[in-house]
Design a protein around this ligand. Structure first.
Ligand code: ANZ
Length: 793
């Protein structure tokens, strides 16, 4: 008789055994096996494991265990992305050091992670706050600096006036407020440390083609980068200055009725403008607006005419007015637009408001603005040509350059915050920037700092940092006081995991050759554009500097769905719908929680799954039945049980390979239903435990040990399905008698003629006819037809 299923009796016990025996450590690369690098996004150590963590790490663990049992050497590392604002805010609130707070969180979270019973390769762990990690983050930055990939530029940045810091475009929400503090984000011109991600814009799009990623993730990246093909041409102003514009519709050049400069356009302050004050006020107002608002098509267009300034259309020679208007963005294209109100919606709206001429130059419809196909009209000698024919001619005529423009901007990484990696730059007395040499890395984060936000970078208040800089570099030298955006830290962690103890380099080429690229990267949909794009850039930049072997970091990427509360809403404390995984584990066990998460629905679909108490109870009941299965062992099992076992193996193997954990679980349920009735042999019972092992690692280990095994079930090989049992499928074929279809036979698909005849003899449907027939010949085409020829009696 089986023991009761009391998960609390053995889950902790086995976790301890696995940890003591280090069975999941990977150690050195074993070239006799194929490698599989499975990556999950390294977590921020927030101090408490939530259901999202379980979903993010527990379900991929099934895949990891399966691959390991299938003979691969699997790397499944875990670590901590531990710099960042929450620690700083918590520290300010509690008046403690962010380092202490973070480190105690890491220790606690590590314990919690162990309680999941995952097969993490703990021997390869790393954390962004470790000095031997951030030392390399800094070193790579200095390498980028030396190769012009990191630079000091002046940029218009998004400024969060509550958190007093720069935030990324991505952190500005659709309504123009900050994701961080909720404040309305304002624009500020600031000197900024930036990374030249735009150098790689084309590659970042083109190389997507070679990756085995879901289409929508690739498309997300393409859109984010936003490549736009067009032309650049110049208009001459009455002042003699030339203004370059970027257009995707140079064919509409005859329809340009005014020119627009962005409020940020550098030429404006140099022009002699009659209504100078009005223009200056307008520019100041525009600077307070969020870019999202400026681009918002539903908002009314605003602008001011530059009195006393005109421009000349390079093709028609026509003199047109010049405006400043904030629907033109300073950092996109050239920051200036040739406006064609007849064929562009924004220009149309603006022209109506300011009573500017609207000249249709593409025929097709009278309804304006019109952006469809057609022929040129009102365009001099080009009238009658199609858009495609006219485009190259105009480009040639006005000497335009065919160019590409990208939405993507250079990545501004400087933050006026404390809890991050100090930018390893020092300034000489003349203000020239120099990288801190490797021998002085890590360039330590000083501790004598008051990090209450004031708008000034906290590091500026460190006496120690100032003194350190002068001591090492000389009198009058000053340190950079900004820290790096935490997306920098997470741009290369997968390279450190594989060589986490190396003191010579962040990750050796040899280790990269052994382990990279990441074979499968499981992550959240929220990281499709930012993190995944930044880390692809980082990899490409390293590759270019010959510091990385590969050009792309991740071969396969999956975005998982989101687990909701029982009420179908996003889990949040204020809604009181948060499921605490620790409580669930206490109640039903870690195996049940993990298997339930795997069973909720397809793991690799970006959708939402509400937590269902009934569902988790169902999984628990299933595992209880598994626990009792030992009572159904019989000496000789029926063939049906063997067939069912091999079908289950084949199905589970295929499903695991495709990360379809939910259907794999269903297949196992079907098997258990069958053998509870029909019985199973001891050998089949053991085989079944091994297929279940990736899903329920604790229970299967316990049952395995009960059978007398001394080595872990997780060191067993994943069973292979025996083909002979799989072919037991049937086919239905037609039966013809003297050329006429008279009935059907359902046969095993491999049935030979004798088997077909035997089934025929037993056929109720054909019995009557066959009794009246003297058969002279039977022609059997396996899987297709049975032809009977004979004479009627
Ligand atoms: C004339 C024109 C005529 C345009 C027409 C469009 C339609 P995408 O495709 O998004 O790249 N543009 C250029 N720079 C801009 C800026 N800094 N701020 C706002 N708008 C800008 O858009 C390219 C088009 O957006 C360009 O082509 C330009 O307007 C405008 F029938 O030029 B077009």
């Amino acid at each position: 008789m089986h023991k009761r299923y009391q998960h609390q009796d053995f889950e902790g016990k086995w976790q301890q055994v696995w940890a003591d025996q280090k069975i999941y450590d990977v150690g050195e690369r074993d070239e006799t096996k194929e490698k599989e690098y499975v990556l999950v996004e390294w977590p921020y150590p927030s101090g408490n494991l939530h259901v999202g963590h379980w979903y993010a790490f527990g379900v991929p663990d099934i895949y990891v265990r399966f691959k390991r049992m299938s003979g691969k050497q699997v790397l499944y590392p875990m670590g901590f992305d531990a710099f960042g604002l929450p620690a700083e805010n918590a520290a300010i609130k509690r008046n403690i050091n962010p380092k202490d707070w973070t480190e105690s969180n890491i220790a606690y979270m590590k314990q919690q992670l162990l309680s999941m019973g995952n097969a993490f390769s703990w021997d390869k762990t790393t954390a962004s706050i470790d000095e031997d990690y951030y030392r390399w983050t800094q070193w790579m930055f200095t390498e980028f600096f030396k190769h012009d990939l990191a630079f000091r530029g002046v940029a218009t940045v998004n400024w969060d006036p509550i958190d007093n810091t720069v935030i990324a475009n991505e952190q500005v929400l659709a309504d123009g407020t900050s994701e961080r503090s909720g404040a309305v984000v304002i624009k500020k011109e600031l000197p900024q440390w930036m990374l030249k991600i735009t150098n790689f814009a084309n590659e970042l799009i083109d190389d997507l083609d070679s990756l085995d990623w879901p289409h929508f993730i690739k498309e997300g990246q393409r859109q984010w980068i936003g490549r736009s093909k067009g032309a650049e041409l110049s208009f001459t102003l009455s002042s003699g200055d030339r203004v370059a514009v970027f257009t995707t519709r140079i064919d509409t050049l005859f329809g340009v009725t005014y020119l627009v400069l962005a409020p940020e356009h550098p030429l404006i302050p140099t022009l002699t403008i009659i209504n100078h004050d009005e223009v200056t006020t307008y520019i100041a107002t525009a600077a307070q607006k969020a870019e999202q608002d400026r681009l918002d098509a539903t908002k009314e267009k605003t602008g001011v005419r530059l009195e006393g300034v005109t421009a000349t259309n390079p093709i028609s020679g026509e003199v047109i007015p010049v405006f400043v208007a904030d629907y033109v963005i300073g950092s996109y294209g050239t920051g200036a637009v040739m406006a064609v109100p007849a064929h562009d919606a924004r220009d149309y709206e603006f022209a109506r408001k300011f009573e500017l001429p609207i000249i249709q130059v593409i025929s097709g419809t009278d309804e304006l603005p019109y952006s469809g196909p057609g022929q040129l009209t009102n365009s001099g000698s080009l009238n009658g040509l199609s858009i495609e024919e006219a485009t190259p001619r105009i480009i040639e005529k006005v000497g335009a350059n065919v160019t590409e423009t990208f939405r993507l901007r250079d990545w501004s990484i400087g933050r006026q915050r404390y809890w991050g990696v100090p930018i390893p730059i020092v300034y000489d007395p003349s203000g020239q920037a120099h990288p801190v040499p490797l021998e002085h890395l890590p360039w330590r984060l000083p501790t004598d700092v008051d990090f209450t936000p004031t708008g000034e970078a906290p590091l500026a208040k460190s006496v120690e940092l100032k003194e350190r800089t002068e001591r090492i570099f000389g009198a009058g030298w000053t340190p950079e006081v900004e820290t790096m955006d935490t997306f920098v830290d997470s741009s290369w962690y997968f390279l450190r995991y594989i060589d986490n103890k190396n003191d010579e380099i962040f990750s050796s080429l040899e280790k990269q050759r052994q382990w990279m690229p990441v074979d499968t990267y499981f992550g959240g949909a929220e990281h499709t554009t930012m993190h995944v794009l930044y880390s692809r850039f980082w990899q490409k930049a390293l590759h270019k500097l010959e510091l990385a072997v590969h050009n792309e970091p991740y071969l396969r990427r999956f975005n998982r769905g989101l687990v909701l509360g029982t009420d179908g809403n996003k889990m949040s404390k204020s809604k009181g719908n948060v499921i605490d995984p620790d409580e669930q584990v206490k109640l039903v066990g870690a195996d049940t929680v993990k298997m339930y998460l795997a069973f909720m629905g397809p793991y690799t679909e970006t959708t939402t799954y509400p937590w269902d108490m009934g569902g988790i109870a169902g999984i628990r009941r299933f595992l209880e039945r598994v626990n009792g299965l030992v009572d159904h062992i019989i000496d000789t099992e029926p063939r049906s049980s063997t067939e069912q076992l091999h079908r289950a193996i084949a199905k589970v193997c295929n499903d695991f390979n495709h990360c379809k954990f939910n259907t794999a679980i269903s297949a196992l349920m079907i098997y258990v239903n069958h053998v509870e009735k029909a019985g199973l042999s001891k050998a089949s019972y053991e085989t079944f435990l091994t297929i279940l092992a990736p899903l329920a690692p604790h229970l299967t280990e316990e049952l395995w040990a009960t059978l007398g095994h001394t080595a872990s079930i997780h060191l067993e090989s994943f069973p292979e399905a025996d083909e002979t049992y799989l072919k037991a499928d049937t086919v239905t074929i037609g039966v013809q008698i003297n050329g006429k279809l008279r009935g059907q036979l359902t046969l095993p698909s491999e049935a030979d003629e004798a088997t077909a005849r035997a089934h025929l003899a037993e056929s109720e449907e054909l019995k009557g006819r066959l009794e009246r027939l003297t058969i002279t010949k039977i022609i059997y085409v396996p899987g297709k037809i049975l032809n009977i020829i004979g004479t009627e009696i």
